[in-house]
Design a protein around this ligand. Structure first.
Ligand SMILES: Nc1nc2c(ncn2[C@@H]2O[C@H](COP(=O)(O)OP(=O)(O)OP(=O)(O)O)[C@@H](O)[C@H]2O)c(=O)[nH]1
Ligand SMILES: [Mg+2]
Length: 469
């Protein structure tokens, strides 16, 4: 990505048909570009528009004065803008042809097309936000559940950054004291070991506490992946629809209906879930269904929890046992569906059959997706299964939650260096050794806030953004 002395532009809203579509322009020439292509209804000089004002007018092709769209232009002058630069936003009518023409005319008159994430990258480079906050913007846009949104927003507000900064400040004050003592041994006393221990220990505790939030944080961000699996026609898609409470997946009496993998986000008892419907597992000659079955098997491997669906009217078959065998090592809930087709006395027999065929302690739930029966029991079973794998205190850890694997790695490395520093201190080794560990810890934490991030790292992070953000 090039330096920030040029002016960038992009469509900031999804391409499609919508009420409005926004072209965002940022950089030193934003207002010059706008002046060329915008004709205010109340004739006025675009370059004198005050910051944070909106103006109605026409977007035109300046060569021909041909109007492109009726727009509202908003000005945000530096430094009080998203990027910290002069920003102009053109709110156009949201349509594919409109936005394409609008972007073209902006690009022909002094702006260049922005790269993915370049607006946010500029916000980072101009010091408006740090790297963790910049990353949270992407998390926020991609948040599928309310919890994920809340975690991302807290990170954008600086909840994570401020904890990291607190640890960094302690490390810095220790480093400064050590350096002074090393550089001026005559004038400056060596810092007291008790003070060193308390400062380094506090930094370590902050880092360790943040690390503990990661497994919860990942779930917050991505949701628990719950795959619905089983033979064909047992009611997997019907169960997905019942959990979602709307008809998302196609349901038919024809075995082999589902071929694609269908993922939908939902919340169960406050836990973000990604429910995944998959093709029924069977060997088949149909090439399309074959691909579906392969996809289903691959999806199962990445799932945190599997719902093995069984048809109550057929009981546990060898094919069901075979599918369970393939799920070995995974958390599984057995869902006996279509209970409306069997007398209620059969349930205990089916439960016993499950214990014998699968495992004594496997959770078993009875449902009728058709009649909406047992869905709450299934939700309870999902919630307790999720909690038993350690994703508890979802409500408690609301503020600073580490949800990003990159941050986790940096924190781990910082923790290691801080532990090393404490060891060095306790074994009364020379103080310059301590500096080495603390410098390493400081570097690792700087990767989170971005102070020590390399260009390569920045490029990798921002390339994951969409264009226009
Ligand atoms: N009686 C009864 N029928 C059900 C129930 N759940 C699903 N069905 C019916 O079973 C048939 C198959 O349902 P689906 O939800 O498509 O089953 P599936 O497991 O997704 O099937 P494939 O995608 O083909 O593997 C449909 O006719 C459903 O209406 C239930 O609880 N009771
Ligand atoms: Mg299906």
């Amino acid at each position: 990505m090039s330096a920030t002395d040029d002016t960038i532009a992009a469509i900031a809203t999804p391409i499609g048909i919508s009420g409005i579509g926004v072209i965002r322009i940022s950089g030193p020439q934003s207002l010059d570009v706008a002046a060329k292509v915008f004709r205010a209804t109340k004739s006025a000089d675009v370059k004198t528009f005050p910051s944070h004002t909106a103006h109605h007018g026409k977007l035109v092709n300046p060569q021909t004065e041909e109007p492109i769209d009726d727009v509202v232009l908003t000005v945000f002058r530096k430094p009080k803008s998203y990027t910290g630069e002069d920003v102009v936003e053109l709110s156009c009518h949201g349509g594919i042809a409109v936005l394409k023409s609008a972007l073209n005319v902006v690009l022909e008159n002094g702006a260049r097309l922005a790269e993915p994430g370049e607006f946010t990258k500029r916000a980072f480079l101009s010091g408006k936000i740090d790297l963790a906050q910049a990353e949270s913007v992407n998390d926020l846009i991609r948040a599928k559940t309310d919890r994920a949104r809340r975690v991302a927003l807290a990170q954008l507000d600086g909840a994570l950054s401020s904890r990291v900064k607190a640890a960094q400040d302690r490390i810095l004050s220790v480093l400064a004291a050590l350096e002074a003592a090393i550089d001026f041994p005559e004038d400056v006393e060596e810092p007291h070991p008790a003070w060193l221990e308390s400062e380094i220990g506090s930094a370590r505790d902050v880092v360790a506490r943040l690390l503990q939030t990661f497994s919860t944080g990942r779930i917050y961000r991505e949701g628990v992946r719950v795959a619905i699996t089983g033979r064909v026609n047992v009611g997997k898609s019907s169960l997905l629809n019942a959990l979602l409470r709307h008809a998302r997946a196609i349901v038919t009496p024809i075995p082999g209906t589902t071929r694609d993998v269908i993922e939908e986000g939902l919340e169960i008892r406050g836990i973000p879930i990604v429910a995944i419907d998959t093709a029924g597992l069977r060997s088949t000659q149909d090439p399309v269904e074959q691909i579906g079955v392969e996809l289903a098997e691959r999806t199962l491997q990445s799932a945190d929890l599997a719902l093995l669906v069984i048809d109550a009217s057929q009981g546990v078959l060898d094919a069901d046992v075979e599918i369970m065998r393939r799920l070995r090592g995974k958390s599984v809930i057995v869902v006996i569906n279509k209970v409306d087709l069997v007398p209620s006395g059969i349930q205990s027999i089916l439960a016993e059959q499950c214990k014998q065929s699968f495992a004594k302690d496997v959770p078993v739930v009875f449902t009728s997706a058709l009649e909406g029966r047992g869905i709450e029991d299934l939700e309870n079973a999902i919630a307790s299964s999720v909690e038993s794998v350690g994703i508890s205190d979802l409500a408690a850890a609301e503020t600073a939650v580490v949800s990003n694997m990159r941050h986790q790695q940096a924190l781990r490395s910082a923790l290691h260096s801080l532990d090393q520093a404490l060891k060095t201190l306790r074994s009364r080794e020379p103080l310059d050794l301590l500096s080495v560990d603390l410098t390493a810890a400081r570097y690792a934490l700087g990767l989170i806030t971005g102070e020590t991030a390399t260009d390569d790292l920045l490029e990798r992070i921002f390339s994951e953004f969409c264009i226009g953000k």
